[in-house]
Design a protein around this ligand. Sequence first.
Ligand code: SF4
Length: 375
Amino acid sequence: MTDTLSPDLLRRFDVPGPRYTSYPTADRFVEAFGAPDYAQAPAQRREGAGIASPLSLYVHIPFCESLCYYCACNKIVTKQHGKAAGYLRYLEREVALHVEALGVGAPVSQLHLGGGTPTFLSDAELRELMAMLRRSFAIAPGAECSIEIDPRTIDAGRLQVLADLGFNRLSFGVQDFDPAVQKAVHRIQPAAQVFDPVAHARGIGFDSINIDLIYGLPRQTPESFARTLQQVAQLRPDRIALYAYAHLPERFKPQRRILQADLPAPPDKLGMLSQALASFLGAGYVYIGMDHFALPEDSLPWPSARGRLHRNFRGYSTQADCDLIGTGVSAIGRIGATYSQNAKTMEEYCDRLDRGRLPVVRGLALSRDDWRGAR
Ligand code: SF4
């Protein structure tokens, strides 16, 4: 692939902008679309052939203990863990409304907990959340159950709890191993904080370990990034997601703490992308598409080869293009050709649920032709 990405081509497309990782992109959603519009989609699913097809379920946990300066996610930075208990009550109400529309025990073949920081929840809260989801949906034996991990929030005991709860895939937010870069982005996590839990997770049988990396961060240099890539090679995760940092401080407030002068110059940033590609492909990873790489023995590459790989708002999936139920603040869902997004602020999210309504505030129903194109 490095042969096909000439420096000229890379330079031409090296412009900051929103990530175009899905069709339709979320910025096409309209406010005129709300809960009543969304309600037609689960009703149609119930009436049609879709009822037996499994769902993909996403749960957004928005809390984080500290702010990473590059962050563009929907999150609430707080050290008050008590806030999570109240949020779980609202999640339960939202799930109950989905169940009312979909029917009790709808089959689920994929579950993903994302954030924010899902591991902000205590062990007891994670147990409570999973019990509530299992009461509401039929999570299939062997379902892909994945969770995003902030390495600063876990230990061996916590990993065992996740395994006991049925999680089989972990996604570690690494971004960069270099201490100077970690300091510049306000996310200090020594390498051992990643290596130790990854080794432990493998030892207790997790099926797949993903790590997220970002290139283009402040204080990153081709030399420092080469060291990070060497550490990634030692870690040998099953999957790697490599994202480009887009510096958009007008849009994302945390990024205002990043000095423009600390960002790598465009040629260096492009060099880091090339370095990463050469490193991953040289280590035997298969390029999946966009920002994802996987080892050949991982379940991702083979559907890619057969043209059966799907990409939704949560990333790539090996499973058929399931309807996606998104729950929690700002979560995105899709049933058939209907896309929906929940309220982005906690206040609005809770207010809608207090009034007994799904917190859908934006969305889009694609026309038959656009839907065919999207598929
Ligand atoms: S990058 Fe992740 S952990 Fe850091 S502030 Fe954003 S959501 Fe929270």
